[in-house]
Write a protein that binds this ligand. Structure first.
Ligand SMILES: *[C@@H]1O[C@H](CO)[C@@H](O)[C@H](O)[C@H]1NC(C)=O
Ligand SMILES: *[C@@H]1O[C@H](CO)[C@@H](O)[C@H](O)[C@H]1NC(C)=O
Length: 388
């Protein structure tokens, strides 16, 4: 009998002990010397924890416990030996309070060349207020860093991350494939310069869901070479709305779906803009559906003559082809009388523009549309309805 009990006990220990050991092996940044005091520079501890996870041949979780961890620029570099690194953040990563330390462009936290990573939770605080003030004052200031940059990545999941007070762009997805961003909260002041919430470029199969973005520039900006992008359940404001095509050069934007988005008090709602200069680029097969505008300055914009600072746009003629853009069930209020502005070029018209179930008001009246060189169709109840 005693022997059976002993045997059972041994079996128990044998079964459960290894699990405990494995869990103890989860790289916790504190075990690598990180201090949750908001002051001690923990950059090297994060790099060491990453190094451990990246060189592991099995999926590994890096844990960042509660507390504020001060970190400078960190590049989490691949390729790694496994395709399953999870970064679980309970606390906050805080950029140095002196903005010069990370402010010379690039990314503050940069994940590069990894296949298979998930980031869960946590606060990423770029401490950008000082730099915004510097920029607004007209002084000479550093460019500023992006809070969180992913480049050359495949198979990324980001869930429940809060990205705050980035010096520049908040989250950048560059040359990535198969990315899922969910339940993310991005916030920066409404007057913070160049703080685009999420910027996507040269990437495919990116999904952005259930997220809240309040910022001083575009909530989501969709750059060149973006294909198969899905955006759903987003609250945007303050900010400049969702914008396609910052600098569409040769690589076009194709197959973008923007659904169930609310814009509150933003400068723009849904905007497509292309530089007024020659190019082989295009923006096509884009759907905006179930969009609510709450006092939005320019709810719907297509601008083929975009020319910031009025330079480098010879003749202001865009070479970007804009085709097959659908607006379906867009309603709410415009803060200006002309709620639909489509300004295309005589040579390179915008075609296949479809408006269906559009209802935009201005104060107590119907809003207006102003459209140049646009071809398309209208169906359902569309107000304003003077575009084509
Ligand atoms: C996203 O939000 C919708 C509606 O608010 C909810 O039904 C859905 O479960 C959420 N999805 C996730 C994965 O959280
Ligand atoms: C468009 O993109 C979505 C993902 O956002 C994808 O499911 C769909 O297959 C793509 N359509 C085409 C025609 O490639």
């Amino acid at each position: 009998m005693a022997q059976i009990v002993l045997h059972a006990l041994l079996l128990f220990l044998f079964t459960f002990t290894p699990a405990t050991v494995a869990e103890g092996a989860t790289p916790n940044v504190v075990n690598f010397g990180a201090k949750p005091d908001g002051e001690t520079d923990s950059t090297n501890a994060f790099l060491s924890a990453w190094g451990r996870a990246c060189s592991s041949t099995t999926p590994t979780t890096i844990h960042v416990p509660l507390g504020r961890f001060s970190v400078g620029k960190v590049v989490f570099k691949g390729p790694c030996k496994n395709k399953g690194i999870t970064v679980r953040i309970d606390g906050a990563l805080v950029a140095p309070s002196n903005y010069d330390v990370i402010g010379n462009g690039g990314n503050w936290l940069h994940f590069d060349e990894v296949d298979g990573v998930a980031v869960f939770g946590g606060v990423l605080d770029g401490q950008g207020i000082g730099l915004w003030e510097c920029k607004r004052s007209g002084k000479i200031c550093p460019t500023g860093a992006t809070n969180l940059g992913f480049s050359n990545w495949k198979n990324i999941v980001m869930n429940g991350v809060r990205c705050v007070k980035s010096q520049m762009f908040q989250i950048v997805i560059d040359r990535c494939e198969n990315v899922r961003v969910e339940g993310v909260k991005v916030s920066a002041a409404g007057n913070s310069p160049n703080t685009d919430g999420i910027h996507v470029q040269l990437s495919s199969r990116v999904t952005i869901l259930n997220s809240t973005i309040a910022t001083g520039d575009d909530c989501i900006s969709i750059g060149p070479g973006t294909t198969n992008l899905w955006i759903q359940n987003i609250a945007c404001g303050p900010g400049h709305g969702i914008s396609v095509g910052n600098e569409l050069e040769e690589a076009g934007v194709e197959n973008v779906t923007v659904k169930a988005v609310t814009f509150a008090g933003t400068e723009n709602g849904v905007r497509i803009k292309s530089w007024g200069r020659p190019s082989n680029g295009f923006a096509r097969n884009i759907l905006f559906q179930h969009v609510t505008m709450l006092n939005v300055q320019n709810p719907i914009v297509i601008d083929q003559n975009y020319c910031p600072h009025q330079n480098n746009c010879p003749g202001q003629v865009s070479g970007i082809r804009i085709n097959n853009i659908k607006y379906l069930d867009i309603h709410g209020s415009s803060a200006s009388e002309v709620a639909v502005k489509m300004n295309c070029c005589p040579k390179q018209q915008c075609s296949g523009i479809s408006l269906e179930d559009l209802m935009l008001t201005y104060e107590t009246k119907q809003a207006l549309a102003s459209c140049n060189h646009v071809r398309g169709i209208v169906s359902g109840l569309v107000q304003p309805n003077n575009c084509f």
